[in-house]
Design a protein around this ligand. Structure first.
Ligand SMILES: Cc1ncc(COP(=O)(O)O)c(C=O)c1O
Length: 413
């Protein structure tokens, strides 16, 4: 569900008109609803309350400090994939003992740093990573919690670039090696094997692949139990989709019910790592129409946000709803909404029917996840400002970058 609504033909996030945000902070600008983030997080927590559970928000979806701080206040855990994300979580007041470190390419320094910070657990993705963590933990004289990420070879039926649970994907260890790997890890003196994990992909709009993954994890759990390895946690990753284009997506409550039904039969804690389902529909990208251009075959609305600000359409042909901030009475025309970046893949939406004029504001809906966090300085464009809304209050939570900052780390030869 979007966090946007019209009042008197003007688009609002909570009780703040987006035109006011643009006047105060200029465009392009990401705008987030604090209420929507909290509602989404609580929806998971409430729906899982009958079983031991841990929600580890996937920091990669949106890592703004204010958002991490809000989640830390809700007692959330965090799923990180780099030491940069670890430091962000700590800077935002997050608790190290609630952090899970995922990712296929953890460097030695990152592992050492995370062990020194006493994070909750590493999700191990290969045999050599297990050996590396063992060696570093031993040198630090620590015993660290680990979980094995398994690649269950399940088709999550999502875009190929965000599918992570197929055998052709780089993530996790092959399912046929899972048992022997767990036995191997369980024998390592500085590792404490607490669980198994999988994350089969993102923007999954059907519960069936989750159910298959969950069943697979519990079959593995049983096999390990027979071998004398008693696990404490089952981590099903993130991946729950949101509705971008009126897709029917499972409700958080139904997803949680599926997890609860299965997990309640076992003495384990369930771990989930949602990102998109918490922040995706809680944010929008606000942009202004700079030029209207009528080409031979197409009409273009050239806006001040580009693929460097919001990469999803260019990267995965993602469709996001685009709304006029102030509704006009004028006739609608079909436009491609494009940015100023010098690439033909620089579009935010194609063939959208809108009544537009130069200077108008547009809101790209459901841009809270993988929006700002994937943005770049391509074309030496400063990354946009970010604003958090609470009721009728708006607060700048990230300043727009200054041009000088963009090359301040560069040295003249
Ligand atoms: C290991 C892991 N956990 C959680 C997530 C979050 O996924 P989503 O934002 O779809 O919930 C990702 C995203 O790719 C991931 O790689």
């Amino acid at each position: 569900m979007t966090c946007l609504h019209y009042r008197d033909n003007t688009l609002f996030v909570e009780d703040v008109a987006l035109s006011k945000v643009a006047t105060k902070f200029d465009t392009p600008c990401y705008v987030y609803s604090r209420g929507a983030i909290e509602t989404n997080w609580r929806a998971f927590d409430d729906a899982l309350k009958s079983i031991p559970h841990r929600i580890c928000y996937a920091v990669k979806a949106n890592s703004n400090l204010s958002i991490l701080n809000l989640l830390a206040e809700l007692q959330s855990g965090f799923d990180i994939v780099s030491v940069g994300e670890l430091e962000r979580v700590l800077a935002a007041g997050g608790d190290a003992s609630k952090i899970i470190f995922s990712g296929v390419g953890k460097k030695k320094d990152e592992i050492r740093h995370a062990i020194e910070k006493n994070i909750f657990c590493f999700n191990i993705e290969s045999a050599t990573e297990a050996a590396r963590i063992q060696e570093i933990a031993q040198a630090l004289n620590k015993k660290v919690n680990v979980s094995l990420r398994i690649n269950p070879d399940i088709d999550a039926k999502t875009h190929a670039y965000i599918s992570t649970g197929l055998s052709e994907n780089k993530f996790g260890v092959a399912s046929q090696d899972a048992i022997s790997m767990c036995q191997h890890i369980a024998a390592m003196p500085s590792l404490n094997l607490i669980g198994i994990a999988c994350h089969i992909g993102s923007q999954i709009t059907d519960l069936a692949p989750f159910q298959v993954a969950l069943d697979f994890l519990f079959v593995t759990y049983e096999e390990l139990k027979q071998l004398g390895i008693q696990l404490k946690t089952i981590n099903v990753g993130g991946g729950l989709g949101i509705s971008y284009q009126q897709e029917q997506t499972p409700a958080i409550a139904d997803y949680a019910k599926m997890l609860t039904q299965k997990t309640s039969q076992y003495p384990v804690e369930i771990i989930i790592e949602p990102g998109r389902a918490i922040i995706g529909n809680a944010g929008v990208l606000l942009t202004r129409v700079e030029y209207i251009k009528h080409g031979q075959h197409k009409n273009f609305a050239i806006v001040d946000a580009g693929m460097n600000d919001l990469m999803r359409p260019a990267l995965y042909q993602a469709w996001q709803h685009i709304l006029a901030v102030n509704l006009h009475a004028g006739k609608k025309t079909t436009y491609d909404i494009v940015g100023p970046v010098c690439e033909s893949s620089d579009f935010l939406g194609k063939e959208r029917d809108l009544a537009l004029a130069e200077g108008d504001l547009l809101a790209i809906d459901s841009a809270g996840a993988y929006g700002f966090s994937m943005s770049s300085n391509y074309n030496t464009r400063p990354r946009s400002a970010e604003v958090l809304i609470e009721g009728d209050k708006m607060k700048l939570v990230r300043k727009r970058e200054e041009i000088q900052e963009l090359f301040s780390n560069e040295l003249q030869f």
